[in-house]
Design a protein around this ligand. Structure first.
Ligand SMILES: [Zn+2]
Length: 300
C-alpha cells in the first residue's frame, strides 16, 4: 500500500510539473558560466547561442545559410566571438545587428566585416556615427526607422524601435518563433540601474518597458550580466525592471515633495529595501537617486 501511495504521489508531481517543463524549453536556470573577466558561450537550444565577454552579452543564430550575429562589443570581444562561431560552424557571418549607438556594445565590427556581411541598425545609429565616428565600427549597411525583419536559413529576427529611452536608437531584437527578445541596457535582471544612468531617460524608459510588456514573448536575453547569472531569463524580468524604475522615481519624488532638495541629502535618505539583494544596490543606488533628482529638478 505504501508503495502504491508513493507512486501515486509521484504521478501527481509529474502531472503538476509538466506545465512548468513546457514553459521552460529554454534553460532559464542555467548560468552563463566561465571566468569572471573572460568570455563564455552558451547554447540555449535551437541553434541559438548567448556569447558573454565580461558583463556584456550578445546572441547569435547558426543557420544552414550562415550566421546572424549581434552587438560586436569591441575589437577584442569581436575576435573571440568570431573564433567561437568558427568553432561551431563553417558557415559565414551574414548579418551583424546593432542594438543601439553606444560604442561599448557595437564597436569592433571591423573584425567581423567581410564580403557579404551586412550591418543593420536603426537610422539614428547611422546619424550618431556621423557625429561620433569610430574606426572599429562599420556604419550600418541597412537602416530602418520603425521595424525591420532579417530572415536567413528559415530563421527570423525582428528589430523593433520604441522611440527614445536609452539614447534614441535602441532596437529590441525579437525571435518571434521562439518568443525570445534580446534587450540591451534597459533590462538587466536583478541589478539596480547602471551608475548615474548615462543617456537613460527615466520616463521614456518606463513607457518603453510597458510597451514591451504588452507584446508576445516568454524569454529575455539581456545585454548585461556576469557569469553567475543565467544566459536566458523568463519574461517577468521586464516587469521587475520597470517596477524598479517606478519605485525609484516614486521614492525620490516623495522625498523631494517632503522638502529634501539637496541631491547629496537625497542620496543618503532614499532607500529601496525591496531591492537590497539586487546587484550593485549599495554602490549604485545613490547614483541612481542623483539621476532621478536631476530628472525632477531639471525636467529631463
Ligand atoms: Zn547603452
Amino acid at each position: 500500500m505504501k508503495r502504491f501511495i508513493q507512486s501515486a504521489f509521484l504521478a501527481v508531481s509529474v502531472a503538476l510539473s509538466a506545465p512548468a517543463l513546457a514553459a521552460s524549453d529554454y534553460p532559464t536556470n542555467e548560468l552563463m558560466g566561465g571566468e569572471a573577466f573572460g568570455h563564455s558561450v552558451k547554447h540555449i537550444g535551437n541553434d541559438i547561442y548567448v556569447f558573454r565577454w565580461w558583463v556584456y552579452r550578445n546572441f547569435f543564430i547558426v543557420t544552414d545559410e550562415g550566421v546572424i550575429a549581434t552587438d560586436p562589443m569591441n575589437p577584442k570581444a569581436a575576435s573571440l566571438l568570431k573564433e567561437e562561431i568558427a568553432r561551431i560552424t563553417d558557415k559565414p557571418i551574414r548579418y551583424v545587428l546593432y542594438s543601439h549607438n553606444h560604442h561599448d556594445h557595437i564597436s569592433g565590427g571591423v573584425v567581423l566585416d567581410d564580403e557579404g556581411v551586412e550591418f543593420i541598425g536603426h537610422e539614428n545609429v547611422a546619424k550618431e556615427l556621423t557625429d561620433h565616428p569610430n574606426p572599429t565600427l562599420p556604419a550600418p549597411d541597412i537602416t530602418f526607422s520603425d521595424r525591420y525583419s532579417v530572415e536567413l536559413g528559415g530563421r527570423r529576427v525582428d528589430l523593433e524601435y520604441y522611440g527614445p529611452n536609452h539614447g534614441d536608437s535602441l532596437a529590441i531584437m525579437r525571435l518571434p518563433e521562439e518568443k525570445i527578445i534580446f534587450v540591451v541596457d534597459i533590462v538587466t535582471p536583478r541589478r539596480v540601474a547602471f551608475r548615474i544612468m548615462p543617456d537613460f531617460w527615466p520616463d521614456e524608459w518606463v513607457r518603453t518597458l510597458k510597451e514591451i510588456e504588452a507584446t508576445d514573448f516568454d524569454y529575455v536575453i539581456s545585454g548585461h550580466g556576469p557569469e553567475t547569472e543565467p544566459a536566458i531569463e523568463p519574461a517577468s524580468v521586464v516587469r521587475e525592471q520597470r517596477e524598479y524604475i517606478e519605485d525609484l522615481m516614486a521614492a525620490v519624488k516623495a522625498e523631494m515633495d517632503a522638502g529634501t532638495h539637496s541631491p547629496d541629502a537625497l542620496q543618503k535618505k532614499v532607500r529601496l529595501p525591496k531591492y537590497e539583494n539586487w546587484r550593485s544596490y549599495d554602490a549604485w543606488l545613490p547614483m541612481n537617486v542623483e539621476r532621478i533628482w536631476a530628472f525632477y529638478h531639471m525636467g529631463w
